[in-house]
Design a protein around this ligand. Structure first.
Ligand SMILES: [Cu+2]
Length: 69
């Protein structure tokens, strides 16, 4: 996936976890400081379901569902 950080001078990343407790990491993208674009490559979980993603730098504000169908 392509990850674009448009925030000048602010670091972000994309990380996937099994659930919102964020205790078990599935993928942890490298943190990039904007403005920058990077490409993350990872294998999604084989089991369909709703997983959790967040920015590890802003774990309270930047979160969402990562859905495997
Ligand atoms: Cu962030």
């Amino acid at each position: 996936m392509n990850f674009t950080n448009k925030d000048n001078g602010i670091p972000h990343n994309f990380a996937v976890y099994t659930d919102s407790s964020a205790s078990q990491n599935i993928f942890k993208g490298e943190i990039v400081t904007g403005p920058a674009t990077t490409t993350y490559t990872f294998t999604a979980p084989a089991t369909p379901g709703t997983y959790f993603f967040r920015c590890d730098v802003h774990p309270q504000q930047m979160t969402g569902d990562f859905v495997v169908q």
